[in-house]
Design a protein around this ligand. Structure first.
Ligand code: TGC
Ligand code: FAD
Length: 406
């Protein structure tokens, strides 16, 4: 987009975002002063620099590439990773709070941040060599580089163990072949953390850089969801990957699944942000919109919708707050994370649908964020493990029985 058009969008949109976060149970009292300050700074940035442009980019189905360095500047990339690599050095609750502030504006922008922080930087930090950490993390934290995470394949989504992308040892380098699909950030990514099998069929992580011969990232078009986030494929045709680009610290599927724990945790906070924005929008609209001589908020049916939304939001807020405590103590289990991701995306979708109805015809327009949230959440309920897969993870935890294969 031309700078002049962008400036006009900012001018027209400034001051229009009137978001006020619901906090019915005083959960803010459970947060530290620092956490509240960080939240305020991200919220201010969102209101000033993201809200004015987001609807426009979503309508165009374009990724606002210029905000990547701004996301770096507000500390959205790897806030939970150590400061010595240019990251935030903060706790997991703060990470969750940041994801919530971003997704309250748009799930696609939170996607950009959670892929970068939890699926690209986290594996490099957790499983990478010291050289890899020093080479990649500061540039990813600042937003100078954008990363993506390649696990899903055209024929292997919920069952990544079946992946066919593979690499062979060629002495001084690896040769990588295969394809990944549905990859967030792919079309703009400078680096990709790619999961592939070696000659023995063991899964490893490789860092693939843009510009390596045989590596391409075609964009996925015609999405009705996450339109302000770029999605694409990763195609590897005899890509020579230097041996020092293999992540040395992990082998097996637990590598990518460990990263997903961190990202799914962030989504549990994030999706709740989308719900909070829908509720806040509907609440304000109910006070302002008059029908039959009264604000629609005076009708019992509309009050029922608002009451049920706030109840579900409050339960979800308590769930992620406690999960944040468990994450910080290193005690959160994958099944607990699945419960929070699954629950909070589900309540967000329900809140979005109810809120959209409360706005009547206006609810389907881009004048309000609700329809965009609703469409975005249809991706969020599918990626990082579908709604059904998280139910099965919980079911296995409860019963000890694996129902994935029947
Ligand atoms: P299974 O045999 O159960 O496990 C294989 C190994 O992994 C270990 N493990 C975990 N480790 C850490 N965290 C977890 N959550 C783990 N879950 C399992 C497990 O202990 C075992 O270790 P070991 O040492 O014994 O080898 O694996 P399975 O093949 O039966 O699959 C289990 C299943 C179905 C739950 C899993 O594959 C799954 O979660 N499927 C869903 C796939 C998924 O979530 N894909 C996400 C792709 S990334 C994405 O969507 C990004 S969207 C980004 C955005 O834009 O925000
Ligand atoms: P499938 O696995 O084919 O599932 C289809 C249906 O079958 C679902 O309803 C599922 O719940 C159900 N199902 C599957 N197995 C079972 C079972 N055992 N029991 C009962 N029901 C079952 N992936 C990445 O690696 N990196 C990314 O950055 C990334 N970003 C994404 C961005 C977007 C916008 C989208 C839509 C997806 C993204 N994904 C990414 C992929 C995402 O993780 C997968 O779409 C998801 O894991 C589901 O895989 P699938 O689409 O192949 O569906």
């Amino acid at each position: 987009m031309k700078t002049t058009d962008l400036n006009a969008l900012y001018e027209a949109g400034r001051g229009k975002d009137r978001y006020q976060a619901p906090d019915f149970y005083g959960i803010d009292d459970l947060l530290s002063e620092e956490q509240i300050l960080i939240r305020q700074s991200v919220r201010d940035w969102v209101k000033k620099d993201l809200s004015p442009i987001i609807e426009h980019y979503a309508q165009l189905s374009e990724f606002p590439r210029h905000i990547v360095s701004e996301l770096g500047a507000v500390g959205a990339f790897g806030p939970q990773l150590p400061a010595e690599y240019g990251c935030g050095g903060m706790d997991y609750t703060t990470y969750g709070i940041i994801m919530q502030e971003l997704e309250r504006c748009d799930s696609g922008i939170r996607s950009t941040a959670s892929v970068q922080g939890s699926l690209v930087m986290y594996p490099i930090y957790k499983f990478g060599s010291e050289e890899q950490r020093k080479k990649y993390l500061p540039k990813l934290a600042s937003g100078e580089w954008l990363g993506c995470f390649g696990l899903t394949e055209p024929d292997h989504g919920s069952n990544p163990a079946g992946m066919t992308t593979h690499f062979s040892d060629q002495g001084d380098h690896y040769l990588l072949n295969g394809a990944k699909m549905w990859i967030s950030n792919a079309p703009f990514a400078d680096v990709a953390v790619v999961w592939a099998k070696n000659e023995e069929g063991v899964v490893h992580g490789l860092i693939v850089e843009r510009g390596m011969e045989g590596f391409s990232t075609p964009e996925t078009h015609n999405k009705w969801s996450l339109r302000a986030s770029a999605t694409g494929e990763l195609v590897f045709q005899n890509v020579r990957v230097p041996k020092e680009n293999l992540l040395p610290g992990v082998k097996g599927l637990k590598g990518p699944l460990t990263c997903l724990n961190s990202a799914r945790y962030g989504i549990a906070w994030g999706a709740l942000g989308a719900a909070m924005d829908c509720y806040d929008t509907a609440k304000r609209y109910a006070a302002e919109r008059q029908q039959f001589g009264k604000p629609i908020g005076a009708f019992q049916l509309q009050q029922k919708k608002l009451s049920e939304m706030l109840t579900e939001i409050t339960k979800a807020q308590l769930l992620v707050w406690r999960l944040g405590q468990l994450m910080d103590k290193g005690k959160a289990t994958p099944a607990q994370i699945s419960m929070a991701k699954r629950n909070n995306v589900e309540i967000a979708l329900n809140v979005a649908r109810e809120a959209r109805q409360m706005l009547g015809g206006m609810g389907i327009t881009g004048e309000f964020p609700i329809m965009r949230h609703m469409m975005n959440l249809e991706s969020v309920v599918t990626y990082e493990g579908t709604h059904d897969i998280h139910l099965l993870i919980l079911g296995m935890e409860i019963t000890g029985e694996n129902a994935f294969n029947g």
